[in-house]
Ligand binder design. Structure first.
Ligand code: KIV
Length: 270
């Protein structure tokens, strides 16, 4: 029997702080719909990220830039139906927060009303006013530093960040400023492991790494990469399954059964 929703203890901000203090690793995966949210929640994933990676992972876009707030709202609502225990963090897409705290609040409020428990957006000191405003008005914010996919055009592609001492210093200062502004956690993407380890040691809030080595307080992956749904994934990704092969096999079996007339059989007919 499934435990009623009201009895499942939800992952909340104090749980994340306690995990960092106890040295327990946090698990995070992207989710863009109800069925995957339900499975990842059942598997005990702590945080579900309704990431704007939805654009390239499932909507067939080249990058995250075309993703709209309406698309994020509808994915967030679907994930909220599937998630019982996991904290839901939803991305503010490109163009919905950069101009200031008011714009960021208006956009974030739509995601919270759709069922998100927190929002994430990219940037360091330059978005500190947005982080502070949202945190002070009831919306927890996860920050995102290192490779920030919405800046792909200025960063010149998917490049490892903070490779030299000067840029590692800037990253550390950005991390301290998002913490100071009130962020409850920060994603560290695509950077040398020792830089992420240094930032993790310097911060009181948890760091969640992606392509940033093993010494962050948690890890996040795009779920289609993690489960092997696509035939290509970034080099830092370990494929923990081969969903592409499993789905292909199921689909071929279905098509063959229909063509042979063995589906539907009497057991599956009224
Ligand atoms: O949108 C996303 O999936 C993300 C992760 C890469 C952290 O922001």
């Amino acid at each position: 029997m499934t435990t009623p929703l009201s009895e499942v203890p939800k992952v909340r901000l104090p749980h994340l702080a306690a995990a960092k203090a106890a040295g327990e690793k946090l698990t995070m995966l992207t989710a863009y719909d109800r069925p995957t949210a339900e499975i990842f929640d059942l598997a005990g994933i702590d945080l579900l990220l309704v990431g704007d990676s939805m654009g390239n992972a499932v909507l067939g876009m080249d990058n995250t830039l075309p993703v709209t707030l309406d698309q994020m709202v509808s994915a967030t609502a679907a994930v909220a139906v599937g998630a019982r225990r996991a904290m839901i963090v939803a991305d503010l897409p490109f163009g919905t927060y950069e101009t200031g705290p008011k714009q960021a609040f208006r956009s974030a409020a739509r995601l919270i009303k759709a069922g998100a428990n927190a929002v994430k957006f990219e940037g360091g000191a330059r978005v500190a006013p947005q982080i502070q405003h949202l945190s002070q008005h009831g919306i927890p914010v996860m920050a995102h530093l290192g490779f920030t996919p919405q800046s792909i055009n200025t960063l010149g592609g998917n490049r490892i960040q903070a490779k030299d001492d000067a840029s590692a210093e800037v990253l550390l200062r950005d991390a301290l400023s998002v913490q100071q502004a009130g962020a409850f956690a920060v994603v560290l993407e695509l950077m040398p492991a020792q830089v992420a380890a240094r930032v993790t040691a310097a911060l009181e809030i948890p760091t969640i790494g992606i392509g940033a080595g093993a010494e962050t307080d948690g890890q996040v992956l795009v779920w289609t990469d993690m489960a092997g749904l696509d035939d290509q994934a970034p080099t830092f990704v370990q494929r923990f399954g081969d969903l592409r092969a499993a789905l292909l096999q199921a689909t071929q079996a279905y098509a063959a059964a229909v063509r042979q007339g063995t589906y539907p059989d009497p057991e599956h007919s009224f």
